[in-house]
Structure formats: C-alpha cells, structure tokens
Design a protein. Sequence first.
Length: 220
Amino acid sequence: MTHSQDDLKRQLAKYAMKFVKEHAIIGVGTGSTVNYFIEELAKYKSDIETTVSSSKATTALLKKYGIPVSDLNHVPSLPIYVDGADEALKYGQLIKGRGGALLQEKILVASAEKFICLIDESKFVQRLGGVPVPVEVIPSARSLVGRELAALGGDPIYREHFITDGGNIILDVERLNLANPVEMEEKINHIPGVVCAGIFAKNLADVLIVASQEGIREYP
Ligand code: 5RP
C-alpha cells in the first residue's frame, strides 16, 4: 500500500509524541504537519501544563482543542519545540517559512532546548535550494532588500497578498547558492530591513524525523 503525503504527515505526528510525552511545556510550530501534531497533542492535553505557539494560526488551533497557550516570556524554559520544514539536510539544516511564520519559528528554535523537525521524504535533500528561501522584510525596505538579495545571486519574488503575523512582507528567493547555508543565512540577516531569513542553519534541528514509504527514520 502506498502512503499519501498526508498519511506520512499523520505518522510523523504520532511518532513525535514519544519525544513530547515527558515534557509539560511544548513549543508548537506552524503548517499542515504540525496541524496533525496538534490533533495528537489534544489526546494528551491533561498532561500538558502549557504550549508556546509560533503563529496566530497555530494558536487558534491549539485553543480550539482546549490546549493552553502561553507567551514565551511567561514560561520558565522551553524544553522542546516541534515543527515541520520545507527542505532539510540530514545534518538538520533547513529551509522554513513557506507558511510565513518563520520569525516566531526562529525565536522558538533558538529558545528551545531540543528542536524536533518532522518532514516527509519529499523534503529530504542532499543540498538545500530546491525551494525558494522565504525572507521576512520590513515593508519600507522591500526594494533595498530585493536589490541586495539579487546581488547575493538570488531572484527575489514578492509574496503577493501576504502579511506576516508581525506586519511584514515576504520575499521568496529563488536560485540562491546554499552550498554554505550558515554563511548565506548570516549574509541575508545582515541586510538592513531583513527581519529574518528562512534558512535555519545556525540553529538547526536537533532531531530530524523523516517519514517515507519504507517507514520512519531519525537523524542523527
Ligand atoms: C511554516 C513552516 C512549515 O513548517 C513548513 O512550511 C512546512 O509546512 P507543512 O508541514 O505544511 O508542509 O516553515 O512557516
């Protein structure tokens, strides 16, 4: 039997619970994979003290299931954060942000003691860059940042009709050379007007869980 991409996402969500059950405070990412994870979380909500959410969409879903949500500043620590990705290397470097929640996601990744990343096999790559890199930008800096991204070799495309939870815009950058993801992440983050680059190479996944037709595998 062939599993659909949604089946694989559901399997990932169930599998992730083995990392989560021992923790009372859980960071929750954004996206369709995480939406399945929230369904699983709801089954154990009596064991959860609180969650910290990475987006308005995730907060709404958590609340719909009656799962408490707290501000990051109001929790003593964030032992674990669970999220998906758009592309991943087996070493844990990622491209994220197709859902536009990259800023809060990056803040939660940096805050968490352990980042568990859930992907299906279609996102597991040998080299990053097969998908555009989302870059969150202060609206007034759109032209400047676009020129600077072009100077870095990228082809920035304005994400139309989209405003982030923080009130900013997104440029989706194609054709960037990501042979050295840490270096490119730093270069983009240093452009004035950039809020956040969707390359997660400096703070990467601690555990990458990949679901394929053959089953689930953990990296490292
Ligand atoms: C949102 C993200 C998501 O984690 C990423 O886009 C994967 O989404 P999905 O689970 O729907 O495939 O970075 O900003």
